[in-house]
Design a protein around this ligand. Structure first.
Ligand code: C5P
Length: 413
């Protein structure tokens, strides 16, 4: 899968340290994804790392030199000594995979190769992603070393559980690249325009129960909501993601509250609203639910001509309830809604903006095949409460999310 540019990563200097673990192949993919996202990646490989992957792998993927030795010359770096130069110019350093041995070296401040010296000299945030056999990871020595790193301000990623190359099972696997990227984004986003702000994002189509095996739902995938949660995290916000989406991996750093029905989503939103600076209602909330959910599976019976008539009842309108709550508490300070329309888009959106008491509505034309449900792109117009109206070209959902979060950052500043 190709990785599109990520504003937060664009032009950032990242030092990637690679140590001698079989998971080093994932570091090559990480270097590639970071580069595609717009980052400038300088790689340092330990001697053991070079038994698994070569400097050339990283040079080819990043288009930049890869370093292996303290003693080699490093042209073009801000200082004449490579380890100081690499760390000095960096926005972030990540060691992935980090072996038990390198973790021990870092914990004790040893400076016996280029990677260790650079980590010691760097003033930027440092992420360490351990990867090793389960018993090695669980060993008190490793745990004590990791605790020392955390005490030194290092961001340690907890490894995954699963199967090792040895065939054994346990905790110690390097997380997949999107997760590593998520941690990098979280750290780089700290201090962004939404730092210290609490943002609620709802996502996905709610599911309204019909009987124990069936429900009514809609075509919303939740992708736009998840992209909004990621963009808010990139801007430094604390994000509560209230999700009815089914098959999406939540962004690293979001507090996820899984819900099914409109009622559950309403309860979760109102619960979080009083502490929130902003609410972004990107979820496609069902307007109707079965008036009565059957306790047992509804049987079709023997008559092939029999019809089944369902009676539907209205679900609560969450935004109207938020409007009422907000009139008393003043929270959330900013509320953003979505309008997915197949006709009279702007008129309908403006009417909703007023009726639901919104500060901004994102109007989304779902009649076009390349925008709206399930696809990765959207064509939106932003309408604000002051009468402003801004149309945008077809863009990825990630780009649309950055536009909306940009607007929000200005609104809460
Ligand atoms: O009324 P309509 O569903 O078109 O409005 C869309 C906006 O209202 C979206 O932001 C959606 O999340 C929200 N909504 C809601 N509660 C409902 C239905 C929609 O908050 N029951």
């Amino acid at each position: 899968m190709t990785q599109e540019r990520i504003s937060l990563l664009n032009g950032k200097h990242i030092v990637l340290g690679v140590t001698g673990s079989i998971a080093a192949y994932k570091a090559a993919d990480l270097a590639s994804k970071l580069t595609q996202a717009g980052a400038l990646v300088d790689t340092i490989l330990t001697g053991a790392a070079q038994r698994f992957v070569t400097p050339l792998t990283f040079q080819a993927l990043t288009g930049r030199p890869a370093y292996t030795s303290m003693w080699e010359s490093a042209e073009g770096l801000p200082a004449h000594i490579p380890h100081i130069g690499l760390g000095e110019g960096a926005d972030l350093m990540i060691i992935a995979p980090a072996t038990a041995h390198t973790i021990a070296r870092l914990a004790h401040g040893l400076a016996d190769d280029l990677l260790a010296v650079t980590a010691l000299a760097a003033r930027c945030p440092l992420i360490v992603a351990p990867a090793m056999d389960g018993a090695m990871y669980a060993h008190p020595a490793t745990q004590a070393n990791l605790a020392a790193l955390v005490a030194h301000g290092v961001h340690v990623i907890v490894p995954d559980e699963g199967r090792f190359a040895s065939g054994l099972e346990g905790r110690g696997r390097l997380p997949e690249v999107p997760v590593l990227l998520g941690h990098i984004r979280r750290l780089l986003g700290r201090g962004g325009p939404l730092a210290g702000r609490q943002v609620i994002v709802t996502a996905g189509g709610t599911r309204e129960r019909l009987d124990p095996v069936r429900h009514l739902t809609n075509r919303s995938s939740g992708k736009q909501g998840y992209a909004l949660a990621q963009a808010a995290l990139d801007a430094g916000a604390d994000v509560v993601l209230i999700s009815a989406a089914q098959h999406l991996t939540p962004p690293v750093g979001a507090q996820v509250i899984a819900v099914e029905s409109a009622e559950e989503m309403r309860a979760a939103v109102l619960d979080a609203a009083d502490a929130a600076d902003a609410l972004i209602m990107a979820a496609a909330v069902a307007d109707f639910k079965p008036a009565q959910a059957a306790a047992q599976k509804i049987k079709k019976g023997d008559d092939p001509d029999a019809a089944l008539t369902l009676t539907l009842a209205r679900t609560p309108d969450i935004l109207l309830d938020v409007k009422a709550r907000r009139a008393q508490t003043g929270r959330p300070r900013v509320v953003i809604g979505f309008a997915a329309e197949s006709e009279n888009l702007l008129a309908n959106a403006r009417e909703k903006l007023a009726r639901k008491g919104l500060d901004l509505i994102v109007a989304n034309d779902i009649s076009a095949p390349d925008a709206g449900f399930e696809v990765d792109t959207n064509r939106v117009t932003l309408l604000d409460a002051q009468g402003g109206q801004q149309p945008y070209e077809l863009a990825s959902k990630a780009a649309v999310a950055e536009i909306v979060i940009g607007w929000l950052a200005r609104a809460v500043s």
